[in-house]
Design a protein. Structure first.
Length: 380
C-alpha cells in the first residue's frame, strides 16, 4: 500500500473518533444534569481511577501510557463541559463579576501612588506613563510599596516585574506570595542606562560604580570593560545618582538615567551602556481593592500545583483547550517547603470572553491553591 492509502484509512478512523467523541461529550452533559438533580459531586476521582485502570488492562503496557494521557485529558474536558452546562460559579468568579460591575468606567488620571526609590527613578517614569497627574510617595524598598498598599497609605503602587534582557525581578514574585493585592495596569518602559559622574570627573578617575543589581545585570558587557573598578549595589538607580551628587565624589560613577543626570546636575560620560539597545522593563500597577477596568485583556494568576508528574501539563493543556495564549510562565520556590513551587501565569484573554468565564472553575480542581492577581490592560 502507498502513503495515500494509509492516510485514507487514518481519515476513516478519525471520522469514527470524532463521532464517538461528540457522543461521549453529549453523554457527559446528560450525566451532569443527573448529578445536579441528585446533588452529586461533579468530580468523582475514584470512578476516573477505575476507568484508567480498566482501559490500561485492555490495551496492555505498551499503550497504557498513551491511554492514561488521552483519557485524563478527556475526563478534564468532560468536567469542563459539564461545569459550563450547569453554569457553576465559584466564589472567585463571583468576586470577579462583582468587580467588573463596580469598577469605575475610566482609569483614574490622578491618584496617590507608591514607588520604590527617589525622584528620577524608573518607577517614577512608569508611574507617569500610567497616570497623567500622580502624587507620588517614595519608599526605600519594594516591600515598602507592598506594605503601603496593604495598609491603605496609597491607593496604587508601581513595581518592576521583568526586564527584556535581565529577566524577572525575583524579589517581586516572592513578595507577591506574601501580600494580597490586585494588578490593575501594566506598562513597558524603555530603559537606557548612562554612566553618570560629578562634573569634571574623567573615565580614568572612576574606582567605583554604583547602581541597582538589575542595572548591573543589564550592563554586563560594559562593566567588563571597566577593569579594577568596584561594583556597589544601591536600592535604586536614581538613589545611586542622588548619593553620587550629595557625596561629591570624584572617584565614583552611577549607572542611572539621563533624567537623573539633569535632575542632580551630573555629567553623562557614556550613554546607553546596556547590553541591548531595545532594553525594556515591564512595570505593574497594584491596588488593595480588586478593580477590573473596561477592556482588560491580560489576566495574571499564581498557582501552587500538586508535586507530581503532569501537574503543569494539565494546566497548560487547559489553556490550550480554551484557546488561551500563555504570555508568561514563572516559577518560584515556596518558602519553608521542600521542592514545592509557586507558578505565575500571564494569560492573553479578554474578561468578556467565554474562556475567561470558564477558566477559573476548571483550574481550581487542578491546583493545591490559586491566587487571582487581576485582569488589566497594558498602558502604551
Amino acid at each position: 500500500m502507498d502513503m495515500q492509502t494509509y492516510r485514507s484509512q487514518m481519515d476513516e478512523v478519525d471520522q469514527q473518533l470524532v463521532s464517538l467523541f461528540v457522543k461521549r461529550m453529549e453523554l457527559s452533559q446528560t450525566i451532569a444534569q443527573y448529578k445536579a438533580d441528585h446533588k452529586l459531586p461533579l468530580y468523582d476521582p475514584q470512578r476516573e481511577r477505575e476507568k484508567l485502570s480498566h482501559i490500561a488492562s485492555q490495551v496492555g503496557p505498551s499503550m497504557a501510557t498513551y491511554t492514561d494521557a488521552l483519557y485524563s485529558f478527556l475526563f478534564e474536558m468532560s468536567r469542563s463541559c459539564q461545569r459550563k452546562q450547569m453554569g457553576q460559579n465559584t466564589a472567585l468568579t463571583g468576586e470577579i463579576l462583582k468587580a467588573l460591575e463596580q469598577t469605575e468606567p475610566l482609569f483614574p488620571p490622578r491618584a496617590l501612588v507608591a514607588c520604590q526609590g527617589v525622584e528620577g527613578a524608573f518607577s517614577q517614569q512608569a508611574c507617569e506613563k500610567i497616570f497623567s497627574s500622580p502624587h507620588i510617595l517614595y519608599f526605600n524598598s519594594f516591600e515598602g510599596v507592598f506594605s503601603a498598599i496593604d495598609k491603605g497609605l496609597c491607593r496604587y503602587g508601581i513595581l518592576p516585574l521583568e526586564n527584556s534582557s535581565a529577566g524577572s525581578v525575583n524579589k517581586i514574585y516572592d513578595l507577591m506570595m506574601k501580600y494580597n493585592f490586585s494588578i490593575v495596569r501594566s506598562t513597558r518602559l524603555k530603559v537606557d542606562h548612562c554612566l553618570l559622574v560629578n562634573p569634571g570627573v574623567k573615565l580614568k578617575d572612576i574606582k567605583e560604580i554604583l547602581s541597582h543589581d538589575q542595572a548591573f545585570a543589564q550592563c554586563q558587557d560594559f562593566l567588563k570593560t571597566m577593569e579594577n573598578v568596584k561594583i556597589s549595589s544601591c536600592d535604586n538607580t536614581a538613589a545611586a545618582a542622588k548619593y553620587l551628587y550629595e557625596s561629591g565624589r570624584a572617584d565614583a560613577a552611577a549607572l542611572s538615567s539621563r533624567n537623573c543626570a539633569e535632575l542632580y546636575g551630573l555629567d553623562c560620560l557614556q550613554e546607553s551602556v546596556q547590553d541591548q539597545g531595545s532594553n525594556y522593563t515591564r512595570f505593574i500597577c497594584i491596588s488593595k481593592k480588586l478593580e477590573i477596568f473596561p477592556g482588560a485583556d491580560i489576566t495574571s494568576i499564581m498557582m501552587v500545583l500538586p508535586h507530581k508528574p503532569g501537574s503543569v501539563y494539565k494546566v497548560l493543556a487547559r489553556f490550550y483547550a480554551l484557546g488561551i495564549n500563555l504570555i508568561k510562565l514563572e516559577s518560584r520556590p515556596l518558602p519553608n517547603s521542600d521542592f514545592e513551587f509557586m507558578f505565575y501565569f500571564d494569560l492573553d484573554v479578554s474578561v468578556y470572553s467565554d474562556a475567561f468565564k470558564q477558566i477559573f472553575g476548571d483550574l481550581e480542581e487542578l491546583c493545591v491553591s490559586m491566587k487571582y492577581l487581576g485582569s488589566y490592560t497594558e498602558a502604551v
